[in-house]
Design a protein around this ligand. Structure first.
Ligand code: HAM
Length: 453
């Protein structure tokens, strides 16, 4: 039997109702904050992620689904056979610049996150002309992580980004506070109470250079006692040492200097202003100067919202500022801030309330006897035009089987369409919960079914 690939899963009813409920609520909140939807491709050039998320991050170094796309000159499917020989592409290849589309292969990657793609689109479509852009996107992301509860290889993110030229106010701490307040509102609206906002400032490029020096110095005497990843990170990108999950390394990491000691005056002030606004609007937060996030593009404000009920994978969302990202991708200065909710985790946190958002049929129509399918179909069409949820049965079913099907579908009412009923144009309507049965003339059906709720 062919099964779904490890780390991927089918989302089935009734769970999908919960996903739709979440997405509808999210779209409502985004509308109130004047965010607009953007949809970027699910795969991009590999170098986009290498240059933005960072070569030394776990995401780029270990978790991306990357392949070399055959160029036009690589021959047709039939001549080359199937499967095509795919070559795994290393980060080094991905840095070698863009390939000419014509005849050479191109290194492509399934998006592990959406910020890079959105900033690429911002640059490609010169969206600075529009002033401050407020985008949101909902869709699948792909990371080759070890699957466990709340961690999948195909997972869904609800992403939001505020980006624009500095003249549009994109750098303002007011934007950071607004984005954080939006998240708090969204979680509250969904009925998620048990969240904590972990907040930090990771500084800008000036602070980062001084901080990286300090980290390198502190790591020099101890790096050999750490895991091989950390030994490499200590030289290439010491900030990434904080991503280490190896338990034996934690006491060393605990003693490393903190970024909060290295913030320059403007970053410190920016962070203070963000916190001031949050306090004045009543959004609670917890300062955590160990939070550096697992992606390289962050500057200044960085944050995560954690949720108590989620266990090990407790980050329901993460985000922050990325003021230099556009420049590093060849664009103009375009400070930005955003976040991505792990929708799978959000839905997990909401699981208890799943029952409340299920929509069940208002009525099950049970044709009874040969030739009644047509009358039943006519009635179903009519009732559905009145926005009623209708489940339609089958004239070959005996009455007992129709009752069983109606009960399994969760219908409130069953409408019996036998030959006599069709002739009299009056139908038997039975409430499945109370057992009460009434005879209803055709013209009154809609009203009777609507009022039976
Ligand atoms: P991230 O922290 O890598 O940030 O991912 C954001 C959220 O996606 C996580 O907090 C988690 O809820 C969810 N997530 C990540 N990996 C998985 C997985 N394997 N399975 C299930 N859920 C997962 C970003 O992706 C940034 N692009 C966020 C951002 C937007 N920063 C600025 N703008």
């Amino acid at each position: 039997m062919i099964k779904a690939v490890r780390g991927t899963r089918d989302l089935l009813p009734p769970d999908t109702a919960l996903w739709n409920f979440v997405e509808a609520a999210v779209r409502d909140v985004f509308r109130a904050y004047n965010f607009h939807e953007i949809r970027t491709p699910i795969f991009e050039e590999t170098q986009l992620f290498a240059r933005s998320v960072g070569e030394e991050t776990d995401i780029v170094a270990k978790e991306m689904y990357t392949w070399e796309d055959r160029g036009r000159g690589a021959g047709s499917l039939s001549s080359s056979g199937w499967p095509p020989r795919s070559k795994s592409v290393s980060g080094a290849d991905s840095r070698s610049g863009s390939f000419a589309e014509s005849d050479r292969g191109q290194s492509l990657t399934l998006r592990p996150e959406n910020t890079a793609g959105i900033v690429r689109a911002y640059i490609e479509h010169k969206m600075w002309d529009r002033g401050l852009n407020k985008f949101y996107a909902i869709g699948p992301m792909f990371r080759r992580e070890r699957p466990q509860k709340g961690r999948y290889r195909q997972f869904y993110q609800i992403d939001a980004e505020v980006i624009g030229p500095p003249s549009a106010g994109s750098e303002s701490p007011a934007r950071d506070a607004e984005v954080l307040e939006l998240v708090a509102t969204l979680l509250d609206r969904l009925g998620i109470r048990d969240w904590t906002l972990q907040l930090n400032s990771v500084g800008c490029s000036n602070d980062r250079a001084a901080y990286n020096d300090a980290l390198r110095k502190a790591l020099e005497p101890v790096a050999t006692k750490m895991c091989t990843d950390c030994q490499r990170r200590a030289v290439t990108n010491p900030l990434r040492v904080f991503d280490c999950k190896v338990p034996e390394d934690q006491p060393i990491i605990e003693k490393l200097p903190r970024i909060s000691q290295y913030l320059d005056e403007s970053c410190r002030k920016h962070f203070e202003q963000v916190k001031d606004i949050l306090k004045s609007i009543g959004v609670e937060f917890h300062e955590n100067d160990r939070l550096v996030r697992g992606l390289d593009y962050y500057t200044r404000t960085a944050f995560e919202f954690t949720h108590g009920a989620l266990g090990a994978q407790n980050a329901i969302l993460g985000g922050g500022r990325y003021d230099g990202l556009s420049e590093s991708l060849g664009g103009p200065s375009a400070p930005g801030i955003g976040f991505a909710i792990g929708e799978d985790r959000l839905v997990l946190a909401l699981k208890e309330s799943a029952e409340a958002v299920q929509h069940k049929p208002d009525v099950y129509i049970a044709p009874l006897g040969p030739g009644t399918d047509r009358a039943a179909a006519r009635l179903a069409r009519e009732l559905r035009h009145h926005d009623l949820v209708v489940e339609l049965g089958d004239e070959t079913f005996r009455l007992k089987k129709s009752f069983e099907a109606a009960t399994r579908a969760g219908a409130r009412l069953i409408l019996i369409v036998g030959e006599n009923e069709v002739q009299a144009d009056t139908f038997a309507l039975k409430n499945l919960a109370t057992g009460e049965q009434v005879s209803v003339p055709h013209a009154e059906l809609v009203l009777r079914i609507q009022s039976a709720g």
